[in-house]
Write a new protein. Structure first.
Length: 143
């Protein structure tokens, strides 16, 4: 089972959708705490509509987004701190519920996790992917 991740930093929406289609992704799971963007085409409604037009489902799992303190740490390059904040956040009941939802969906369909950062290693989506890899055997592919 493969689990894909993708960031849209520095990339136009058609390029992201093209990568998703090339990988055979069926559902894009948006793991941003705030599904809004100043980058054209990446706010929740327009992204959902654009994906739907290309035959890709969209799901926003807000509780799997990084809390503000984690986002601030990541912006400052304090990735270890972001990971600690995010790990604590994942212990919340809402996060655990959505993690279970993600795990089930990823076991049924080809899923990609979306967040902003181009480099997955500095993004919380890597933490999610690592957990699914370690706990469920997913092969992680960063697009």
């Amino acid at each position: 089972m493969k689990l894909f991740t993708i960031g849209y930093e520095g990339v136009a929406q058609p390029d992201v959708i093209g990568r998703l289609k090339a990988a055979g992704v069926e559902t894009l799971v948006d793991v941003r705490a705030v599904a809004a963007s100043r980058r054209a085409g990446f706010s929740k409604t327009i992204l959902c509509e654009s994906l739907k037009a290309e035959g890709i489902d969209y799901l926003h799992l807000r509780a799997l987004g990084t809390p503000k303190a984690g986002r601030d740490a990541a912006r400052k390059g304090r990735i270890g701190e972001m990971r600690e904040i995010f790990a604590d956040h994942l212990a919340d009941p809402a996060s655990q519920l959505q993690m279970a939802q993600l795990r089930t969906l990823a076991g049924e369909k080809r899923v990609a996790l979306l967040c902003f950062e181009a480099d997955h290693s500095g993004c919380h989506r890597a933490v999610l992917a690592e957990r699914l890899s370690a706990e469920d055997g997913f092969e992680v592919v960063n697009l």
